[in-house]
Design a protein around this ligand. Structure first.
Ligand code: SF4
Ligand code: SF4
Length: 373
C-alpha cells in the first residue's frame, strides 16, 4: 500500500473526518497579509509566531509535505443554553490537551507518522486554514473560515509538517460563496469582518473574550465600544458562521443531543459565571473550556459584559454582589454593566460604589458609567 494511503486510512480509523496532503512551500500570501495588517496581528507574532510558521521550514527544517486533518465538531446538537454564549469550537474536547480524546487522537497520529520513519513538526502552529485549502480539503468563505464540502465550516483543523514526499497538492485559495452573498459581513456586530476574506481580530468578539488582558501581546482591555456589541457571548462567537447559507443545511439538521453538554448547561447561567468561586470555576467551568482563559476573572468580566448587555434590572443584584468581588477587574466591568443597564437602580449602585471603592481604575470606570447615564 502507498504510504499516503496508509496514512489516510489510519487517520480515518482514528476518527478524523478527512485528510489531505499539501506541498510544504511557504505561504507567501499569508506572510504578506500579516505584514500589511501588522497592527491587527502584532499579538500573533508574539503569542502564536504566525509569521514564522508561514514558512513550514521554520516548523520543520527539510519539510516536504503538510498533512492536514479535519474533524467535524457538529455531529451532536449544541444545547440552546450555550447558543449565543459559547462558540461551538471553544470546547476543550476539540483541542489537543493531554487528557483529552482529541489530544490522544492527534498524538497517536503523530506517533504513527514517526513510526513510519518521518520527522514531524508541529510548532509553531502551522496556518491550518491555508494548509487545508492548499490540500484541497475545502475553500474559504468570505468570513475567513474554511468550508468543507458536505460539512460546512464547523470543522477543527490540524496540520503537521513531515519530511516525506506525499504528493502534496498546491490548490490555490478559492471560494464557493455565492457571488452576491455578504451575509457574514453584514451579521458581524463589530465590523471585525470589514471586507471579504478580511477580519480584524482586534474587533472580533471571539478574540476579545479570551485574548484581552490575558494573552501576552494582546490589548489589555476590551474597548467599551466592543463591549456593547458583544451581546451575551462569554467565550468565542459563532455569528458569522451561523449566518452563513453554506452552513444552513448543517444547522438545520436534526442532530442527536450531546448528553454531557445538556447536563452541564445550567452551570453556564450568566449570573453563576459572574459570581463563581474558584472551586466552581475549576470543577465545573474550566474543564469544558479550552484553556485560553487562564484565570476565572476574565470569564467573570465577560459575564458582567453579557449581563450588562442583556440582563436588564434583574441583573443588578448579581452585579451588586460582583461589585464586592476581590478582583478589581470584576468590579470594574460590573460597574460598566451597571451603567449600561442604568435606570435609578443602576445609578444608585454606581453611587454606592463611588463611596466605598478604593481602586482608582474601578473608580474611574464607575464615574465614566455615571457620566453616560
Ligand atoms: S466571530 Fe463574531 S465578531 Fe468575530 S468576525 Fe465572526 S461575527 Fe464578527
Ligand atoms: S455568509 Fe455568504 S459570503 Fe459569508 S461565508 Fe457564507 S456564503 Fe460566503
Amino acid at each position: 500500500m502507498l504510504l499516503a494511503e496508509e496514512i489516510r486510512e489510519y487517520a480515518l480509523d482514528l476518527g478524523f473526518d478527512g485528510i489531505g496532503f499539501a506541498a510544504a512551500a511557504p505561504f507567501a500570501g499569508l506572510a504578506q497579509a500579516l505584514q500589511e495588517r501588522e497592527e491587527g496581528y502584532r499579538w500573533a507574532g508574539e503569542a502564536l509566531q504566525l509569521n514564522r510558521a508561514a514558512d513550514p521550514q521554520n516548523v520543520l527544517p527539510g519539510a516536504r509535505s503538510l498533512v492536514a486533518l479535519i474533524f467535524d465538531y457538529h455531529k451532536l446538537s449544541f444545547p440552546p443554553a450555550f447558543l449565543g454564549k459559547v462558540g461551538k469550537a471553544y470546547l476543550a474536547r476539540l483541542y489537543p490537551g493531554k487528557r483529552r480524546i482529541f489530544g490522544s487522537r492527534v498524538r497517536l497520529f503523530k506517533e504513527f507518522l514517526e513510526q513510519k520513519g518521518m520527522a514531524v513538526g508541529v510548532k509553531p502552529s502551522l496556518p491550518d486554514r491555508q494548509a487545508a485549502v492548499r490540500a484541497g480539503l475545502g475553500t474559504f468563505g468570505r468570513n475567513t473560515f474554511v468550508y468543507v464540502p458536505g460539512r460546512g465550516s464547523f470543522v477543527a483543523l490540524t496540520v503537521m509538517a513531515v519530511d516525506a514526499s506525499l504528493d502534496g497538492a498546491l490548490h490555490e485559495p478559492g471560494s464557493r460563496c455565492p457571488e452576491d452573498c455578504n451575509r457574514c459581513i453584514e451579521a458581524c456586530p463589530t465590523g471585525a469582518l470589514y471586507a471579504p476574506f478580511k477580519m480584524n481580530p482586534l474587533r472580533c468578539i471571539a478574540f476579545q473574550t479570551f485574548c484581552a488582558g490575558n494573552v501576552p501581546g494582546c490589548p489589555p482591555d476590551i474597548p467599551p465600544e466592543i463591549r456593547e456589541k458583544m451581546g451575551t457571548w462569554v467565550y468565542g462567537c459563532d455569528i458569522c458562521q451561523d449566518a452563513c447559507p453554506r452552513n444552513r443545511k448543517r444547522l438545520e439538521q436534526k442532530l442527536p443531543p450531546d448528553a454531557y453538554l445538556v447536563e452541564i448547561a445550567p452551570h453556564f447561567a450568566l449570573e453563576k459565571l459572574l459570581n463563581m468561586d474558584e472551586q466552581f470555576y475549576r470543577a465545573r467551568i474550566q474543564p469544558l473550556l479550552y484553556g485560553y482563559i487562564w484565570e476565572k476573572k476574565f470569564l467573570q468580566r465577560n459575564a458582567a459584559i453579557a449581563l450588562g448587555n442583556s440582563g436588564g434590572e434583574a441583573a443588578l443584584p448579581h452585579l451588586a454582589k460582583a461589585l464586592e468581588d476581590k478582583e478589581p477587574l470584576v468590579r470594574r466591568y460590573s460597574a460598566w454593566a451597571a451603567g449600561r443597564i442604568g435606570g435609578r437602580k443602576g445609578q444608585a449602585l454606581l453611587e454606592r460604589q463611588l463611596r466605598r471603592e478604593d481602586d482608582p481604575e474601578v473608580l474611574s470606570e464607575a464615574r465614566a458609567a455615571l457620566e453616560r447615564l
